[in-house]
Design a protein around this ligand. Structure first.
Ligand SMILES: [Zn+2]
Length: 209
């Protein structure tokens, strides 16, 4: 179970106009399979690297649960876009420390250290989650190269999954590997609840594409 403090989230694309169109057209679905209808907005918040977001809320006509529609460019409760955070994780996987990464990305050292620690805590879960998805997307895929540790292995698995999704689905032109990771994890790549996330393998990208 996810914590009571975490609103149910449905991942959507980054284009607010397109999200609105799909919501009104009934194209966005709840994890239960029911159709989502507009239900106001969540609190406006700035996301560095993305812009000012005012996420849509939507309510399921079947199970009556209200969801926040979170853009795949974001992670839950992180003030930076997932591509910036992913750049830090990739740098860490190649051996960089949090201080040079913070200078490079022009973010506070404490913020970058927080991302790296949170991801390190989730790395084994993420590695296993993305490796499993990779096999589903591409059953003929070979074993991934073993990197220098579980963080690097997890980053490798995210990248391999994105490449496989692009080959298999052919719909990822506008979705980066890290946005894919946000979509697959329901925005919880760095959240303590990642281990409770179950991938919808028939629709791993949710409403994101
Ligand atoms: Zn539902």
């Amino acid at each position: 179970m996810l914590g009571a403090m975490e609103a149910p989230v449905v991942m959507v694309g980054s284009d607010a106009v397109e999200v609105e169109r799909r919501l009104l057209a009934g194209e966005l679905v709840c994890p239960c399979g029911g159709g989502l209808a507009p239900w106001g907005h969540a609190r406006r918040r700035p996301v560095r690297g993305v812009g000012d977001l005012r996420p849509r809320r939507a309510r399921c006509g079947s199970c009556s649960v209200t969801h926040v529609l979170l853009a795949v460019s974001c992670l839950l409760r992180r003030a930076d876009g997932v591509d910036v955070i992913g750049a830090a994780l990739l740098a860490k996987a190649t051996g960089a420390g949090h201080r040079p990464i913070a200078v490079w990305l022009e973010r506070p050292v404490s913020t970058v250290r927080g991302w790296l620690r949170a991801f390190a805590g989730n790395a084994e879960t993420a590695r296993s989650m993305f490796t499993g998805l990779l096999v589903r997307l591409d059953p003929l895929t070979g074993p991934l190269p073993v990197r220098r540790g579980v963080v690097a292995d997890a980053v490798e698995a995210v990248g391999a999954c994105a490449a496989a999704a692009r080959r298999r689905l052919g719909v990822l032109g506008a979705v980066s590997p890290w946005q894919l990771s946000a979509a697959v994890t329901g925005g919880r790549l760095l959240a303590p609840s990642l281990s409770a996330v179950s991938i919808n393998t028939s629709r791993p990208l949710g409403g994101a594409v």
